[in-house]
Design a protein around this ligand. Structure first.
Ligand code: URA
Ligand code: URA
Length: 216
């Protein structure tokens, strides 16, 4: 997967953001993301689609400066067609709330858009098949900050060998996009000792984010 990491896709995203300093809405109409969602909904590039009830494209502001990327839809996400709406999502909501960030102002997506059977970790072939959709989302949304939620997003977007416990809390920066890996909210539900590091990571994210986009 080393040829398909954030280095490549950030090159696209930064071209977008370098275009001008006009508000993003002028550069990139929301309609382009809607069109991408419709295209994604028809995807049959990997077997995951057959076991899923729907393609979970993602949710949020098409002009978001802050984007959260998880692993893949679970049962509740598959049922509702929305990312992070189950138990992990409710925890993510509480974390965002505590940081004074609303779900509406960010964009939330996953590495794979279809639920893997029994919520297993997506296979490399599935990740590779789905990756162009995420790449296109990143190009169109052109966030300034990406938060990788958990191991998979971190390995796909930062470094295939990254160990989440080692890299979390550290900023990575490529072509002007800042990337912060942190533990997946589902991991916090299993191990409450991870709450503190995640809260520290999110506070770092909030501080940088609020310099880019002050609270309205
Ligand atoms: N876990 C994820 O990685 N993504 C979701 O959307 C929900 C749970
Ligand atoms: N630890 C995490 O925090 N998230 C994962 O996805 C795996 C391990």
């Amino acid at each position: 997967m080393s040829d398909k990491n954030l280095f490549d896709l950030l090159a696209c995203a930064s071209r977008q953001s370098l275009k001008s300093h006009r508000p993003k809405a002028c550069v990139q109409p929301a309609g382009a993301l809607d069109a991408l969602a419709l295209e994604t909904a028809k995807c049959t590039r990997c077997p995951l689609r057959r076991g899923a009830s729907t393609v979970v494209f993602g949710q949020g502001d098409p002009g978001a400066d802050l984007m959260f990327i998880g692993e893949g839809p679970g049962a509740e996400e598959d049922a509702q067609g929305l990312p992070f709406v189950g138990a992990a999502g409710q925890l993510l909501n509480r974390i965002l709330d505590a940081a004074g960030i609303s779900r509406e102002e960010v964009f939330i997506a996953n590495i794979v858009k279809c639920r893997p059977p029994e919520n297993r970790v997506p296979l490399k072939d599935e990740v590779d098949a789905c990756f162009p959709w995420l790449q296109e989302q990143l190009r169109l949304i052109a966030p300034k900050i990406v938060v990788c939620l958990g191991s998979l997003a971190t390995q796909v977007l930062v470094d295939p060998k990254a160990k989440i416990s080692r890299v979390r809390g550290n900023w990575f920066e490529h072509n002007g996009i800042r990337i912060m890996p942190t533990y997946h909210p589902a991991a916090l539900l299993r191990d409450s000792s991870r709450k503190r590091p995640v809260w520290e990571d999110i506070q770092q994210v909030r501080d940088v984010y609020r310099k880019i986009r002050p609270k309205e």
